[in-house]
Write a protein that binds this ligand. Structure first.
Ligand SMILES: Nc1ncnc2c1ncn2[C@@H]1O[C@H](COP(=O)(O)OP(=O)(O)OP(=O)(O)O)[C@@H](O)[C@H]1O
Length: 263
C-alpha cells in the first residue's frame, strides 16, 4: 500500500509505482513522476510502448494493477486510483480535462458547439442560459472558432475545429490538469500547426499543466517542457525536451529521434 504524501511536498500530480498488466502483457510498468503547476510533460515512444495505457490510468479511466496517482485537488490530496466513482466523475468534470485523438469520443456530435461547451458548466450547477451562452461564445473565440458557429453541431466542423472545440469544452471549467492523447494526430500539417499555436497560447495564458501523449516529436518539442520516452511499458529516458531530442542518451531514443523507429 502506498503512503499518502503530505500536501506541502506534493506537486499537482504525483504518479507512484504505477503499473498496468493485461493478463501477462505489460501495459505500463513502475511509472514514477511528478507534474508541477504550469508544466507540460510529453510522453513519447513507438506504437504499443504504453503511452495511452499510462494516460488512461492517470485519468482514472483504467484501473491500474499497482500504484497510485495522487492529485492535489481542491478536495485535498486524493488517489485517483482509489477514489469512488462519484468523486472521480466530479473531478473529471471540473478539475481534470481529457482530450482524445478522435473528437467523436470527446464531443457530443448531435448537440451544438455551444451545448458541448456549456455541458460542463451545467454539470457544475450553472443554470443561467444567457451566462452559459456568453461563456461559450468567449471560449469559441479563445480557440479561434467563429462565434457565429455556436449553434452548429460538431458534425459540420472540420477536424481541426473539432479538436479546438474539444479543448474549449474541457477548459471552460478551468481544470487544474489537461490530459491529451494524440490531439494533433490525423490532422493536416497546417491544421496541426494552428492547433498547436492555440494550445501554446492557452498553456501560457492559463498556466496550464498538461500530460501530452504524442508520437510527433515536433509537437513534443513545441509543446513540452519535459519528455518521457517509453519502451515496452517503461520510461527508459526522461529529461528536458531539448536535451532528449538534441542529445538522446539511450540507443532506443536515438533511433526514435532519427525516425528509424515508427512512432
Ligand atoms: N485493453 C487492452 N487489452 C489488452 N492489451 C492491451 C489493451 N490496451 C493496451 N494493451 C497492450 O498494452 C500495450 C501498450 O499499449 P498502448 O495502447 O498503451 O500503447 P501506445 O504507446 O499508446 O500505442 P499507440 O501509439 O499505437 O496508441 C500494448 O502491448 C497493447 O497491446
Amino acid at each position: 500500500m502506498t503512503t499518502m504524501p503530505s500536501k506541502n511536498i506534493l506537486p499537482l500530480l504525483k504518479v507512484k509505482n504505477l503499473s498496468k498488466f493485461f493478463g501477462k502483457r505489460v501495459g505500463c510498468y513502475d511509472i514514477n513522476f511528478e507534474l508541477s503547476k504550469g508544466e507540460v510533460i510529453g510522453i513519447v515512444g513507438e506504437s504499443g510502448s504504453g503511452k495511452s495505457t499510462l494516460l488512461n490510468c492517470i485519468a482514472g479511466k483504467m484501473p491500474p494493477t499497482n500504484g497510485a496517482v495522487f492529485f492535489n485537488s481542491s478536495h485535498g490530496i486524493i488517489d485517483l486510483c482509489q477514489s469512488d466513482e462519484a468523486l472521480l466523475r466530479k473531478i473529471s468534470r471540473t478539475q481534470t480535462g481529457f482530450v482524445t485523438q478522435n473528437s467523436r469520443d470527446g464531443l457530443r456530435m448531435g448537440i451544438s458547439a455551444g451545448g458541448n461547451i456549456g455541458e460542463r458548466l451545467m454539470a457544475n450547477g450553472m443554470r443561467n442560459y444567457k451566462q452559459i451562452r456568453n461563456i461559450a461564445l468567449e471560449w469559441l473565440k479563445k480557440v479561434e472558432i467563429d462565434p457565429e458557429r455556436i449553434d452548429d453541431t460538431p458534425e459540420t466542423f472540420s477536424g481541426g475545429m473539432r479538436q479546438r472545440l474539444q479543448i474549449a469544452a474541457n477548459l471552460v471549467t478551468e481544470p487544474k490538469i489537461m490530459l491529451m492523447d494524440e490531439p494533433t494526430s490525423g490532422l493536416d500539417v497546417s491544421v496541426q500547426a494552428r492547433l498547436i499555436d492555440v494550445l501554446r497560447k492557452l498553456v501560457t495564458r492559463l498556466n496550464l499543466s498538461m500530460v501530452l501523449v504524442t508520437h510527433d516529436l515536433a509537437v513534443a518539442r513545441l509543446m513540452c517542457h519535459r519528455l518521457f520516452v517509453m519502451k515496452n511499458g517503461k520510461i527508459i529516458e526522461s529529461g528536458l525536451s531539448d536535451q532528449i531530442l538534441d542529445d538522446p542518451r539511450k540507443p532506443y531514443t536515438q533511433l526514435l529521434v532519427s525516425s528509424v523507429l515508427t512512432p
